[in-house]
Design a binder for this molecule. Structure first.
Ligand code: PLP
Length: 461
């Protein structure tokens, strides 16, 4: 199946600075992917049948309830979870899912979470609020330092209750060996949570049987990063775990019975899904997973590995272009297609702006919600960091550290990489047309004369 044809908006033309129209090249999939046609169609179908879920008595309510509950089964199946043991809790996104788990985990004073230096803030800050956090080191090229991870597990044995690790970095694409980490975590009497926001769209993920050493105890992911941008995400873990304790949010849907004196909480997953659920989001997420299952995640991974290898080879050959993270085109089995780069001497925000305004190429720049990791990759010491901090506090973000990131989806092609590489060659040779100026407040660059309001012409509310 040609997944490119499955992407909504794939032929969308966008205007360039000189007025030409070109097909948009989206290389910002790590932030959000476009939707699959299947997802859009299933959402349309579901909307015809949509009504209130759970306690509604009409036909449409019954169907909507069925769709919502059936979506859970599809999600469990996709990640090789055991429906007798595990449960899906739907929510908005990975950030919400991790916050929920951090809130629900029965930490006692002195308990620790082991995470790593390569995490997205969403897999770091929630833990800081509930436990003491220790960080496994990373190697110079951004890969997880497995020796340090094990050393920390050993050092804090008995205190570390959970290892919270990303399945793939949103900055370098590097993939920690999650099943090996699961074995280590269990060996040292800890559980493991894998942040699958970046991994699930690109590789098969199997939670495995609960009684095995490599079993993943909890996983989290977001629909909008896996071709279903309809506001849904998931947290998966043992039903028994979520049947204990009080929910993070309280209210309708979370209870069995309430009197003025007492509350009987509902069982999982309802206990942790306060308020009216996002039925359409769940349908969208399940439809996207079905689409990927039909294609096969091995096929998705193979295509993306070939493309990543192609991109690494091409970008490395361009003068003034510097790649960060692992750069070996022959080791693409240990990373997903997230490629950080810079053009020497050029602010990353300016580079990203030129790619967008003059090449129709969508990328992302900055520190990617992973400040400690980016500072480490860029070898920025504390003293230098403090000057940047001062600038930010003075509302000047024009010159902050960071780089540009190109991130691939299952539908990207060699032509997309060629467009990026051609643009970079031109930019590195200072061949671009616009005059770009920074907006101090946001740190973004825009060509002189650009008016944000003009974008409104592309879509009428
Ligand atoms: C590795 C990783 N974890 C967590 C998140 C947070 O995901 P969301 O914004 O969907 O909550 C992201 C988002 O970029 C991510 O890349």
């Amino acid at each position: 199946m040609d997944l490119r044809r499955e992407i909504v908006g794939i032929d969308q033309q966008v205007p360039l600075l000189d007025g030409r129209l070109v097909n948009y090249v989206n290389l910002d999939n790590a932030a959000s992917t476009p939707a699959f046609h299947r997802v859009k169609e299933k959402v349309d179908q579901a909307l015809d049948l949509y009504s209130s879920v759970h306690r509604g008595s009409g036909y449409k309510s019954l169907i909507s309830t069925y769709l919502y509950e059936h979506a859970r089964q599809i999600v469990l199946d996709f990640v090789g979870a055991n429906p007798d043991y595990e449960v899906v809790i739907f929510g908005k996104n990975t950030t919400e899912a991790i916050n929920k788990l951090a809130h629900r985990f029965p930490f006692k004073p002195g308990d620790m979470v082991l995470t790593s230096l390569m995490e997205h803030h969403s897999n770091d800050l929630p833990w800081r609020a509930h436990a003491q956090v220790v960080y496994a080191e990373v190697e110079e090229d951004g890969r997880l330092d497995m020796n340090d991870l094990e050393a920390k597990l050993k050092q804090y044995q008995g205190k570390i209750k959970l290892v919270a690790i990303t399945g793939a970095s949103n900055v370098t694409g590097s993939m920690p060996p999650i099943y090996e980490i699961a074995r280590l975590a269990h060996h040292y009497q800890a559980q493991i949570m894998v942040d699958c926001a970046q991994l699930l769209p690109h590789r098969p993920v199997m939670m495995g049987e609960p009684d095995t050493e490599s079993h993943l105890d909890f996983i989290t992911f977001s629909g909008h990063k896996i071709y279903a941008p309809y506001g849904s995400g998931a947290l998966i873990g043992a039903r028994q775990f979520f049947n204990r304790g009080e929910p993070e949010y309280r209210g309708g849907g979370t209870i069995e019975m309430v009197t003025l004196q007492e509350v009987e909480w509902a069982e999982a997953p309802e206990r942790d899904e306060a308020g009216s659920p996002n039925v359409i989001g769940a349908v969208a997420l399940a439809s996207a997973l079905q689409q990927l299952q039909e294609v096969g995640m091995e096929a998705v991974a193979k295509h993306e590995m070939e493309l990543t290898s192609y991109a690494l080879n091409k970008l490395q050959g361009i003068d003034r272009v510097r790649l960060y993270g692992p750069t070996d085109p022959n080791q693409v089995d240990q990373r997903v297609g997230v490629i950080p780069f810079a053009v020497e001497g050029m602010p990353h925000a300016k580079l990203a702006a030129i790619l967008g305004f003059e090449g129709g190429v969508g990328v992302r720049n900055g520190c990617f919600c992973a400040h400690p990791y980016v500072l480490r990759l860029m070898k920025i010491e504390r003293e230098e960091f403090l000057t940047y901090r001062q600038q930010v506090l003075q509302h000047n973000r024009a010159d902050l550290p960071g780089f540009v990131r190109a991130s691939l989806g299952c539908y990207n092609s060699q032509d997309d990489i060629d467009r990026l590489a051609d643009m970079l060659e031109g930019i590195a040779a200072e061949e671009y047309k616009g005059k770009y100026e920074p907006d101090l407040q946001s740190g973004s660059y825009y060509p002189v004369g650009f008016n944000y309001e003009d974008l409104g012409k592309a879509f009428q509310f």
